[in-house]
Design a protein around this ligand. Structure first.
Ligand SMILES: [Zn+2]
Length: 272
């Protein structure tokens, strides 16, 4: 599932293509995409003729700022935003569920095998309030003190990292990787973390997200960038999907457990 780094890589790649460009036509062929709000026809109507003023990211959501309204796109499990420089080379398949055609015939297509993704329109002024997301972990506002304030109660630390209303954009891969780097077991109660552990976790969260962006994301399933290329971060995973393989620090086999219905990977020796 694409997380903050994957969404950010796609956003940065798309910005020079879409910002300032006008949407000439829009086609949404799958009604599941708009299930949260509106119908395909309503979303299409809200897009046609509008210029993309900015393409921002909030957590795992793309926010295409169209002025009064914004188009919100979430990739879900298997969504892909693909860019086509000309309509001639455009080759949709049975999983291509939406396409925006820009001035000049360039196309932004949305492809999604499992159809868990979403596309909907929100008034730009109410995006923050509606999405209800926590702090952006790469923003200056995410300080060790901010993380300490979040780390309250008996919630397990892994579940807390995945709670989008607390911290936006972290999913299963980067939560496991950050906890490994901080030496913290995913099952620990958030409130039991000492100050040094919170500072270490804060550093690790930023480090793994930045490394993920630098290596153009993690293609564990079918994540692709807008040109269809996979990311390279998988090769740098230390625990995620490495169950049974030796820990890169101590050689102990990496363990996998299920925590809150999510596969969770950790080193039983290095993580306490
Ligand atoms: Zn280890």
């Amino acid at each position: 599932m694409p997380e903050l780094p994957e969404v950010e890589v796609i956003r940065r790649d798309l910005v020079p293509h879409v910002e300032g460009r006008r949407i000439r036509s829009a086609k949404i062929a799958e009604s599941r995409l708009t299930r949260r709000r509106g119908s395909p026809r309503e979303v299409e109507a809200a897009l046609v003729g509008r210029r993309v003023r900015a393409l921002r990211r909030r957590g795992k959501f793309f926010v295409f700022d169209l002025g009064r309204d914004s188009l919100i796109v979430r990739l879900g499990m298997t969504g892909q935003l693909l860019w086509w420089e000309s309509g001639d080379g455009f080759c949709p398949d049975q999983h291509t569920h939406a396409q925006l055609t820009f001035a000049g015939g360039r196309i932004l297509s949305y492809r999604d095998i499992r159809k868990f993704g979403e596309m909907f329109i929100l008034p730009t002024a109410s995006v923050e309030q509606t999405l209800r997301l926590g702090v952006e972990p790469l923003d200056p506002a995410f300080t060790p003190e901010a993380l300490r304030r979040i780390c309250r109660g008996s919630t397990r630390i892994k579940s807390l990292l995945l709670d989008q209303t607390k911290i936006a954009g972290i999913g299963n891969i980067y939560a496991d990787e950050a906890l490994f780097r901080a030496g913290i077991r995913p099952t620990r109660r958030a409130a039991s973390l000492r100050w040094e552990e919170i500072r270490s976790l804060h550093r690790s969260i930023r480090a793994v997200l930045q490394a993920g962006i630098r290596h153009r994301g993690s293609s564990i399933a079918n994540y692709r960038d807008p040109c269809g290329q996979p990311g390279r971060f998988v090769a740098l995973h230390r625990v995620y999907h490495r169950q049974g393989k030796p820990c890169l620090s101590c050689g102990t086999p990496v363990r996998r457990i299920v925590l809150g219905q999510r596969g969770t990977h950790f080193c039983p020796t290095c993580q306490r």
